[in-house]
Design a protein around this ligand. Structure first.
Ligand SMILES: Cc1ncc(COP(=O)(O)O)c(C=O)c1O
Length: 337
């Protein structure tokens, strides 16, 4: 069954859809399994894009319908999400206030100056550097930013971390699943395994619902990047169930449909381990595909380890979902010396 969400929910087009899908022949040869990439990292002309553009299409339509004039959001100092909120605000002609918390201790004097935060500032967002510690809970810093916009006479639209814990947050990746099926038909292929990075939860949650609406079952593996798989799993479960209810999926989401693998998150959110760095180098050297040390390098490290160990068996057809993140690389230059 196709969800056909466009008919039911207003959407503001911000990306180039469908995002490209293509084989990764040299990586596949090295691993002995057939790996393709779904390129949500290059699916938009808005400031390098990424997975938030797909989600924000639905929130942007809502913000416009509600007559809001300022997008307010929150993330790490080097958040890809807040950079994409800044981009969306720019093209909607809205103001943007971003709370940039310290979710990780990456010791570099340019960490709060280059990469994503530089781009957000360039696009006119106001960046407020306060608060610390990653959590899916609503933060005081966020409430404060919303209050400030109201005090100044603006009408804020609240976008939680990762555009995830929001009633419309799961729609983008529920619809993504339909897009994959159409591309599978075009290429005459079926991906039995899908690997995605997961953190604030609505990317994986949307896929759980979208793929869960389809007849043919496949294994969707979320690689935790928060270094807190229990928190990530709780977020994915909550958003998947809320999204299933919203789109009218006629059945319960079962616990076993939600796979959150804790093994590849590295020492903490935003901190890569050796396997992450090795995976980033491998994809760059074999496929010129750029991944990052916070999210995509970790999900790729998981895919590589599982292919090598046989957990992803020979003959499997694997879809690696590339969700963006490369704009952070310059802030992590020390990891690659
Ligand atoms: C590049 C990248 N990959 C993966 C994720 C994880 O997505 P989500 O937060 O929806 O779980 C994010 C954002 O958090 C991201 O920016």
């Amino acid at each position: 069954m196709s969800l056909d969400l466009d008919k039911e929910f207003p959407r503001r087009r911000l990306g180039f859809w469908p995002s490209p899908i293509h084989p990764l022949p040299r990586l596949s040869q090295a691993l002995g399994v057939e790996v393709w990439a779904k390129r949500d990292d290059i699916s938009s002309g808005l400031a390098f894009g990424g997975n938030k553009v797909r989600k924000l299409e639905w929130l942007a339509a809502d913000a416009v319908a509600k007559g809001c004039d300022t997008l307010v959001s929150i993330g790490n100092v080097q958040s890809n999400h807040t950079r994409q909120v800044a981009a969306v605000a720019a093209v909607l002609g809205m103001r943007c206030r971003l709370v940039q918390e310290e979710w990780t201790r990456w010791d570099d004097p340019v960490y709060d100056k280059v990469g994503n935060i530089l781009l957000s500032r360039l696009m006119g967002a106001e960046t407020v550097l306060e608060g610390a510690g990653y959590s899916t809970a609503i933060k005081e810093t966020f409430e404060h930013a919303l209050e400030e916009v109201r005090r100044e006479g603006g009408k804020p639209y609240a976008i939680p971390a990762g555009a995830s814990d929001h009633p419309l947050g799961g729609l983008g990746y529920a619809q993504f699943a339909d897009e994959v099926v159409t591309q599978e038909r075009e290429h005459g292929i079926f991906f039995d395994t899908v690997v995605t990075a997961t953190c604030t939860g609505s990317t994986q949650a949307g896929m759980v619902v979208g793929f869960g609406a389809q007849q043919k079952r496949r294994r969707l593996i979320g690689i935790d990047t928060a270094a807190n798989a229990a928190m990530t799993r709780a977020a994915v479960s909550k958003i998947a169930r809320a999204t299933a209810a919203l789109v009218g999926l006629n059945r319960e989401i079962r616990d076993e449909e939600i796979i959150v693998d804790p093994r590849f998150a590295g020492p903490d959110y935003g901190l890569p381990d050796e396997a992450t760095i090795a995976a980033i180098r491998m994809a760059a050297r074999l496929e010129a595909m750029l991944t990052d040390p916070v999210y995509e390098g970790k999900s790729l490290a998981g895919l590589i380890a599982m292919a090598r160990s046989g957990e992803i068996p020979k003959g499997a057809r694997v879809l690696y979902v590339h969700l963006g993140g490369a704009p952070v690389l310059s802030a992590y230059h020390k990891a690659f010396v």
